[in-house]
Design a protein around this ligand. Structure first.
Ligand code: ZN
Ligand code: CO
Length: 339
């Protein structure tokens, strides 16, 4: 798990530029599934065939980033955000482009730090002129945090735990899963961070009977946490009740809870007030697809120092395997919404 997570974390893959990360995941999963394919937008599908219930499990593979908007005469680059990037967290960081070009994030003189915004900031790749800068970086190139993944006991610290932690859980669950009746589509989705875009098109394409997303959720166990959450690192995966994008199907949520009890898997319940995940798009696909979410608790989401607990990820793998190998008989799970 640690080795895989490190590779996934350190690989470049901002929204809309998921090719490198898709290649890595393909290599990790290909030998364990019946088929791997991509679609025109870049979603990556890994299929385990079966005659039973058709299940889509989504883990978004994109990460947040910044995009070059303008190259100045002296070679400094102006930029905008791709997904939820905070100027305060970005300031002073190193960022890296797909071609390996590294930049420092600087800022103009500011009387009031509260006025810090992207238009007061720039990237410095060490170029002395616009021409020199343009030889390495073009308008529209996207950079991500430049950060190694490190471990401290059971904790992993690095960039893009949102959602490479989810990708690692899904890859490992698929690798370890014995043959079942269920027809399982593991989908590594694109562009979640800019509005659940890949999950919208991939769920339409697959038209599954059940949907599940694996993603991180903010933990509320730090001093004066920015979000009040009853979710803790190291207490197991969180089963989502709701966020701003989805109210998880109650029957599916209860089934996940039952499975944790049966298998003795530690778990927590999650209510996230803001933010969303791929299940937000999946459950609204076509006539509606009952969907749930397994969340990995994560501190400092959308910073280069995102922290997850490896044991939570291992327990998420156990829960996911248990769910995917369960006889997911639709008539039994959903006899009638009124009963
Ligand atoms: Zn995410
Ligand atoms: Co995110």
């Amino acid at each position: 798990m640690r080795e895989l997570l490190k590779k996934l974390s350190e690989t470049h893959g901002p929204s809309g530029r998921e090719q490198q990360i898709a290649r890595l995941i393909t290599g990790e999963i290909r030998d364990y599934v019946d088929e791997v394919f991509t679609d025109t937008l870049g979603n990556l599908y890994a299929v385990k065939r079966g005659n039973g219930t058709k299940v889509m499990v989504a883990a978004h593979m994109d990460e947040i980033g910044i995009i070059v908007t303008f190259i100045e005469e002296k070679g400094f680059l102006r930029f905008s955000n791709i997904g939820g990037v905070s100027p305060y967290i970005l300031l002073g960081q190193k960022v890296v482009f797909a071609n390996g070009t590294v930049a420092t994030v600087g800022m103009e003189k500011l009387e009031d730090i509260k006025k810090l915004a992207f238009d007061k900031m720039y990237l410095d790749i060490g170029a002395g002129s616009r021409e020199e800068a343009a030889a390495n970086v073009r308008i529209g190139d996207i950079a991500t945090y430049y950060r190694e993944l490190t471990f401290s006991g059971s904790r992993a610290i690095g960039k893009a735990m949102d959602n490479r932690a989810g990708c690692a859980v899904l890859v490992n669950a698929i690798r370890e899963l014995e043959k079942t009746d269920n027809e399982i589509y593991a989908v590594f989705t694109i562009q979640e961070e800019v509005g659940l875009r890949g999950s919208r098109t991939s769920s339409y394409r697959l038209n599954p009977e059940l949907g599940l997303a694996v993603d991180v959720t903010p933990a509320g166990d730090t001093p004066e946490p920015p979000v009040a959450m009853d979710v803790y690192l190291g207490r197991g995966p969180a089963i989502k009740v709701k966020d701003a994008s989805v109210i998880c199907h109650p029957r599916l949520k209860e089934l996940l809870l039952e499975l944790t009890e049966q298998e003795g898997i530690p778990c927590q319940l999650e209510v996230l007030q803001a933010g969303g995940t791929d299940a937000g798009a999946i459950h609204l696909s076509r006539e509606g697809i009952p969907s749930a979410v397994i969340s990995i608790p994560c501190r400092y989401v959308h910073t280069p120092g995102e922290m997850v607990d490896i044991t939570d990820m291992q327990n998420a793998v156990r829960l996911l395997k248990s769910f995917l190998s369960h006889p997911l008989e639709m008539q039994k799970i959903f006899p009638c919404f009124l009963t």
